[in-house]
Design a protein around this ligand. Structure first.
Ligand SMILES: *Cc1c(COP(=O)(O)O)cnc(C)c1O
Length: 328
């Protein structure tokens, strides 16, 4: 995989992406966020609105998919297939993308007790022509599936080298230079890997893990072949602190709220209040936890006054309908 492929891949997208889809895609804008916490700490926080790159395809999912699409075309594939849970933003995006590109799509969904009507995300994916195949959890774990000839099989979460390459285009370099720290959520770490690789050497990139455990610290080190530091205060008793520290790449493991898609009243109230105060909507699975982590770090004065932070809003707002927010 080489960075030098990016311009050629972008050119292929320009040529082959249907006009309908090209016209729906927008460049993410940057907007300043204002609230008492940031002002008091004298930390500048801007947000990159990747949630607004497309009306249907959620935020970072387009960046993970776009070069997979190019690669599928290059290989002469006519079917896109991938894996995900019942609320997968990735499968949802893939289904829409495949439909507009005139391709067949297959979604392998975790949970053989489910059906297409299990939730609105799956219903939509099916409506866009995705063939849903439900796998028992054990079979899902092994990911050994049969696909028709001419299928471009994408790993869970879009996490392959083409996904990373696409995520390198997520933050324009000339913008990244204006920030000391870039903050984003970590699911598979694919988006993080792309953003980190593309970031200028003196811009730190912090990923807030939305999954329980400290494995992302090792995963990050492995991915980037760099020494990294984990969270200073391990939330799990006995958890090993990460080995070596590098100020530039870091994964924060204290803000998972019990694990993937787990929430509590504190998180949901935070999301509601943050939206009221700043006007920025957040989702409870990814961006809400990442912003909670950033705010907690600021509250604990772990960012010096004068710091400039770019928060990447990776999307996920279509999944908000799966959650009940406290009122009042
Ligand atoms: C999928 C997703 C992520 C996680 O991205 P990874 O590349 O898997 O780390 C983050 N935010 C949102 C909104 C997502 O849908």
């Amino acid at each position: 995989m080489s960075v030098s492929l990016i311009p050629a891949f972008e050119a292929i997208l320009q040529q082959r992406l249907p006009l309908e889809m090209r016209s729906q895609l927008a460049l993410p804008g940057v907007q300043a966020l204002h609230c008492d916490l940031f002002e008091k700490a004298r930390v500048q926080v801007d947000v990159l609105r990747c949630d607004q790159v497309h009306p249907v395809i959620s935020g970072n999912k387009w960046f993970k998919l776009k070069f997979n699409l190019v690669q599928a075309w290059e290989q002469g594939c006519t079917t896109l297939a991938s894996f995900g849970g019942a609320w997968s933003n990735h499968l949802h995006a893939l289904a829409y993308c495949a439909q507009l590109a005139g391709m067949h799509s297959i979604g392998f969904v975790r949970g053989d007790e489910l059906q297409a009507d299990a939730n609105p995300m799956l219903q939509e994916a099916q409506r866009w022509g995705m063939e849903l195949r439900f796998l028992a959890r054990d079979a899902y774990r092994h990911k050994q599936v049969e696909v028709p000839a001419g299928t471009w099989l994408i790993p869970e979460g879009g996490d392959n080298e083409w996904g990373v390459l696409g995520c390198m285009t997520l933050v324009p370099v000339e913008w990244a230079r204006h920030y000391d720290v870039i903050v984003l959520p970590w699911g598979t770490g694919c988006t993080f890997a792309g953003v980190f690789r593309a970031a200028p050497p003196d811009t730190a990139v912090w990923a807030v893990s939305v999954l329980k455990g400290h494995w992302p610290v090792q995963a990050l080190a492995q991915r980037l072949q760099v020494p990294v530091s984990g969270s200073e205060a391990g939330s799990e008793p006995g958890a090993a602190p990460a080995a070596v520290s590098s100020p530039q790449a870091r994964v924060l493991t204290d803000y998972h709220f019990g694990g993937y898609a787990r929430v509590d009243a504190t998180l949901l109230s935070f999301i509601r209040d943050f939206g009221d105060n700043t006007g920025l909507p957040l989702d409870p699975v990814y961006t809400g936890k990442a912003m909670f982590g950033l705010c907690d770090r600021i509250r604990r004065q772990m960012l010096p006054a004068g710091s400039r932070v770019l928060f990447i809003h990776t999307g996920g707002l279509q999944g908000v309908r799966g959650f009940q927010f406290p009122t009042g």
